[in-house]
Design a binder for this molecule. Structure first.
Ligand SMILES: Cc1cc2nc3c(=O)[nH]c(=O)nc-3n(C[C@H](O)[C@H](O)[C@H](O)COP(=O)(O)OP(=O)(O)OC[C@H]3O[C@@H](n4cnc5c(N)ncnc54)[C@H](O)[C@@H]3O)c2cc1C
Length: 529
């Protein structure tokens, strides 16, 4: 079979669907081919246990751009975002837990029971984070310049960013520039004294990184996760009613409305390149589909090494791609619970279970969790981010039951001893449950089913290279015009007609839709078929 389209998008993760929706809305003929039977990629909801709707990858919606929600009418297609309040409950084995509320004055009051000085610092600190995150947000919307070329359009986008930071005023500008490359350890040390406060904030800076909070640049990662957050809100936690997969459902509806076609269970074997131009794809099974351009939302390693021939990529570009650090460090554990767990420091049910539960009692605890991974072992005492979404969204679990969705860090993709086989997966599941039981005793007996995804499972299930949840580490040297690599930061590969739109491109990972939107904008500047 052979037919001609304007664009083929590889992958129906949320970014691929966002790109497809914008292109179709602009009148382009678009086909999305997804290798899995389920759409949504790493932001999908799946029935991992009968009667449970489980967010198998992402369980919080990151800085999803409200502009995308409005432009693609996602609300009209069923998307309902539920901001959690409090955003975070950080339990302790003994003493006072920490609650971060959406109202900063309420949080400051709560912190007073832990530290008077930290309570006073809270509101000014959140104001600094907001200012710095606003700068990062301005950078998100801009297509990064190609530092290897000298296109005037590139200079203009860089200049606009410069103007934005100058518009902040001298004092704020200096402070924001100072903060960006800092370690979160240094930044928090300037503001806070309490271990619990520092641990809860530091945890937001190391998500998906094979680094601890003492590493330079982790302050930037914290800012990445605060883009779009309302004033005073730290670790903004919001979910999608019905599960994060409802975002893809809404995107599918928008795509359908504008005539884009989606084929699930259609894995691309290779991208067709003729005379130096991408001309379509060949599916596993041999079907060829032709198009004027191909847009890949798969990560850069998959796109350039698995779907193209080395002769198409060229040695210099291949070298740059092979230098991207992936180094997955996250595991995901899902628990079907017969009842709601109770925490010793705050027994029973209540609003403290609305947001995420952060097992991060101190910054040193998180750094030590990383120390194990540095030497190729899973953390003995891991950082856990637990979500019990059935508390605020009962349709996710059968009546009276609950669901816990847990991101565990650090579980290095490359183990020094052994591999991520069945025994290692079971040991990881046991470790996570044991860690949680120190704060919520008795949870073991509430577990009716358990599902564990090691970094190797994340790679095979979602197609994430080395199990990296963001399509490449979010470190300063792999961001902005260096994402995925210098010379390819404008959503264009060095092969005519081949574009990229996934989390491996600027501004990176998380459920934001921004790479997908930016890529569509760049593609729409080109002539249609
Ligand atoms: C365990 C886990 C927890 C996370 N937690 C959060 C969180 O709480 N909040 C947050 O904001 N982010 C979180 N993330 C990160 C976030 O989910 C991702 O950054 C984001 O979903 C990436 O979206 P994407 O569309 O760019 O790529 P993906 O979602 O990876 O989509 C790419 C798609 O391409 C498909 N594909 C790949 N190769 C082929 C091929 N050859 N043929 C056809 N299709 C192909 C894949 O199957 C996939 O569907 C988490 C991720 C994981 C894995």
């Amino acid at each position: 079979m052979s037919r001609q389209l304007d664009t083929i998008v590889i992958g129906a993760g949320h970014n691929g669907l966002v790109t497809a929706a914008y292109l179709a809305k602009a009148g382009r003929s678009v086909l999305v081919v997804e290798g899995r039977e389920v759409v949504g990629g790493a932001a999908a909801t799946e029935e991992l246990f009968p009667g449970y709707r489980v967010d198998s990858g992402a369980h919080r919606i990151g800085g999803l751009s409200p502009r995308i929600v409005a432009e693609l009418a996602l609300g009209e297609h069923g998307l309902e975002i539920m901001p959690a309040d409090p955003t975070v409950f950080a339990p302790v084995e003994e003493g006072q837990p920490l609650l971060l509320w959406r109202d900063p004055a309420r949080t400051a009051l709560a912190i007073r029971e832990i530290s008077e000085a930290d309570s006073k610092a809270w509101i000014p600190f959140t104001a600094l984070i907001r200012k710095a995150a606003e700068f990062v947000q301005a950078a998100w919307a801009v297509t990064p310049p190609d530092v290897t070329g000298n296109d005037l359009g590139d200079l203009w986008s860089a200049a606009k960013l410069g103007l934005k930071i100058r518009g902040m005023g001298k004092k704020d500008m200096v402070e924001v520039m100072r903060v960006l490359p800092m370690s979160i350890y240094e930044l928090l040390g300037e503001w806070f004294e309490s271990d619990l406060v520092k641990g809860a904030l530091a945890a937001s800076a190391i998500g998906g990184l094979c680094q601890g909070p003492m590493a330079a640049g982790t302050a930037y990662t914290l800012l990445h996760h605060h883009v779009g957050a309302a004033a005073g809100v730290m670790r903004p936690t919001q979910r999608v009613r019905g599960g994060i997969g409802r975002l893809s459902d809404a995107l599918l509806a928008t795509c359908g409305k504008h005539g884009a076609e989606i084929r699930a269970g259609a894995r691309v074997d290779r991208i067709l390149v003729e005379a130096g131009s991408a001309r379509g794809v060949v599916l596993e099974g041999g079907e060829e589909i032709h198009a004027h351009r191909v847009v890949s939302s798969a990560d850069p390693r998959t796109t350039f090494f698995d779907l193209l021939e080395p002769s198409d990529v060229g040695p210099e570009f291949a070298r740059k791609i092979s230098n991207i650090r992936f180094k997955g460090v996250c595991a995901k554990v899902h628990l079907a619970l017969g009842e709601l767990p109770s925490f010793t420091c705050r027994p029973g049910s209540g609003p403290h279970l609305n947001g995420v539960i952060s097992i991060s009692p101190s910054l040193e605890y998180v750094e030590r969790a990383y120390d194990d991974a540095k030497y190729g072992a899973a953390s003995k005492a891991p950082y856990l981010e637990i979500s019990i979404p059935s508390v605020t969204d009962p349709e996710l679990a059968p009546p009276g039951k609950h669901l816990a969705s847990i991101v565990m860090q650090y579980a290095p993709y490359q183990l020094r001893d052994g591999t991520w086989d069945d025994a290692a997966r079971d040991a990881l599941g046991d470790l996570v449950v044991r860690t949680l039981a120190r704060y919520a005793p008795g949870i073991e007996s509430m577990i009716e089913s358990r599902h564990v995804l090691t970094p190797l499972d994340l790679e095979s299930r979602f197609g994430l290279a080395e199990g990296n949840i963001y399509h490449g580490e979010m470190t300063l040297d792999q961001l902005l015009f260096m994402r995925p690599v210098p010379g390819a930061s404008r959503y264009r590969a060095p092969i005519r007609g081949l574009h990229m739109c996934g989390a491996g491109t600027h501004p990176g990972g998380g459920v934001t839709g921004v790479p997908g939107r930016n890529a569509a904008r760049e593609i729409l500047k080109e002539r249609s078929s």
